[in-house]
Design a protein around this ligand. Structure first.
Ligand code: ADP
Ligand code: MG
Length: 238
């Protein structure tokens, strides 16, 4: 388990600054939603935290540790994307077990973790199937399961529901919230959907053009938006 801190983080691609002095402090076990229009830098922020991009300036902390130079595999983070990228030739069980096998986890331990995660996600009856025999929602659960079995300190989700239809999206939102309550780990959930942000986040970070506009509870964002952009984006009456 671990809190997260973006401390004056800058990310430039060539001449272009995509993250501009980003400061976000996320306590251990919080469910933080990062929201903002397409292209504002949400995925880049997550990729920097996961170690998939190097930051240009500032520090990123996981717990008490500055992780700027820590390779992705040593950051104790799991990331779930909108494209599930399951291995098509492997069963659900093997898809979920794969990462643990690579880490030389004992077989009995793998079995226990895969079955527990499958139970938690209500996919216990699908373990023998191949991904092509699953619905979109079921595939997304397998992708979640693959992250859960690793027991990460931090979960990053980058628009994980955007490939699902509206009804399934609402249902899966609720399940992800429950998952957070059960696992008691830090979650950062990225979306460009205001409604999703307002219903899921205990706090919400609103970004625009690489700059954090406001970080507050849904209620405070709605009642006291920091500027016109936040007011318009969140849809509050002021
Ligand atoms: P979001 O996830 O909020 O839609 P991104 O973080 O994907 O936004 O992108 C933020 C900005 O950074 C965009 O303008 C995008 O074109 C740019 N960008 C992202 N990755 C790269 C890259 N590897 N090289 C150059 N520009 C990039
Ligand atoms: Mg993105």
């Amino acid at each position: 388990m671990a809190g997260i801190k973006f401390d004056h983080v800058w990310k430039r691609f060539g001449e272009v600054s995509v993250l501009k002095d980003l400061n976000i402090d996320i306590p251990d076990q919080e469910f933080l939603v990062l929201v903002g229009p397409s292209g504002c830098g949400k995925s880049t922020a997550l990729r920097c935290l996961a170690g998939l991009e190097e930051i240009t300036d500032g520090n990123i902390y996981i717990g008490d540790r500055v992780v700027n130079d820590v390779p992705p595999k040593d950051r104790d983070i799991a990331m779930v994307f909108q494209s599930y990228a399951l291995y098509p030739h492997m069963s659900v069980y093997d898809n979920m077990a794969f990462g643990l096998k690579l880490r030389k986890t004992p077989k009995a331990e793998i079995d226990k973790r895969v079955k527990e995660a499958a139970e938690l996600l209500s996919i216990g009856h699908l373990l023998d199937r191949k991904p092509k025999a699953l619905s979109g929602g079921q595939r997304q659960r397998v992708a979640l399961g693959r992250a859960i079995v690793r027991n990460p300190a931090v979960f990053l989700m980058d628009e994980p529901l955007s490939n699902l239809d509206a009804k399934l999206r609402v249902q899966t939102r609720g399940e992800i919230s429950k998952l957070h309550q059960r696992l008691k780990t830090t979650f950062i959930y990225v979306t460009h959907d205001q409604v999703e942000a307002m219903t899921m986040g205990s706090r919400i970070a609103v970004m625009k053009d690489g700059i954090l506009q406001q970080l507050d509870t849904p209620q405070t964002l709605y009642d006291h938006p920091a500027n016109m952009f936040v007011a318009g984006f969140i849809g509050s009456p002021s």
